[in-house]
Design a protein around this ligand. Sequence first.
Ligand code: CTP
Length: 403
Amino acid sequence: MKVLLAVGGGIAAYKSAELARLLMQQGHQVQVVMTAAAEEFVRPLTFAALTGRKVLTNLFAIESAIQHIAVAQENELLVIAPATADLMAKLAHGLADDILTTLYLAFTGPVLLAPAMNVNMWQHPATQANLATLVKRGHTIVEPGSGYLACGMTGPGRLADPEIIAAAIAATVESSAHPRRDLEGETVLITAGPTQEPLDPVRYISNRSSGKMGYALAEAARARGARVILVSGPVHLPPPHGVEVVAVRTAAEMREQVMQHLPAAGIVIKAAAVADFHLSKVPEQKVKKTAARISLELDPTPDILAELGRKKGDFLLVGFAAETQNLEQESRRKLESKNCDMVVGNLVGANDLGFESDENEVVLTLRTGETIAVPRASKRDIADRIFDEVLKLRLALHATDGR
Ligand code: CTP
């Protein structure tokens, strides 16, 4: 995302350098703009070095008379940190006497403010009235923290930690991407990642699933307002913000957790790559390489998706099919044999998509007989597309069989 980071003139301006670094690390493009007062605290060169972009400081030094309008238009989020008492007053009243305030008026996207000032200045009715105006305008406020302030006083006024501001930015980015909270009130149960089936205390059979598709689905559902329960096999991914993660290892553990959480769920998505076979009696001790050759006798794991399909109550069931060939036929066969409402099919092995990739390309096979090809996109975008189609499908199924 293209972020305009506006730095006000307060001692906390130095913390905005850390914020700029965090935003860059998270993959955002950051354009810093500073007030003249901010330049008294931190030199623009610091921000230029961190962001790789020239810092905008003077309205009259920019290249053309309308450049500030172009800057306001090409950025997607405006973050004002620290927002001083003076700056908040100017913004509340629409003054535009420098580059920062002019950009603010020209900017039409979401705005986030992280105020920082002396405790008395923060608590002053004038500042609180300006704050109320800015909140009413729909801006997000990252409340200042309490503690020892540079002025020697203690109380609220300290700029929130850069990590907290960055998390608020991530949440604002999410909600601006999803102004429709169309999964509000829903509980979505998602499985993700591989399972590991032990062969002995130190070895296991598994597969190449990274869990990225299932985690992207969990993030998308959460951003659209759902309560999300994510039953996850072992993966190297951070738990998505606001999602209830249930960590499992084997297919049997995954089955148990899915069944336990099923009664709460209205939508169940089985993105996990469950191992199809396991060793039903795992040796208690490590197997030694004494024999020249050994063979493994494996038994099938419980087919969780098929069991869900047999139960089929009020929930909408989505399965996955990872295939190396005949994607559409295999998806349709799985939809029917496992009694799903939708199967998300993706070709694996043939290209650089699927598994560890951040992108995917899928075919959605629906119970209504329809097939929808979703072209290559990020797993997150694919996740959103899946939820778009799940919601449409549910309406269509309600209309036809009154479920
Ligand atoms: N699945 C499951 N439990 C299993 C195996 C698979 O819930 N023990 C689910 C997966 O989560 C996925 C779907 O079934 O949603 C498809 O997995 P796949 O292994 O391709 O299904 P199979 O029926 O085993 O297909 P195949 O005939 O290709 O082996």
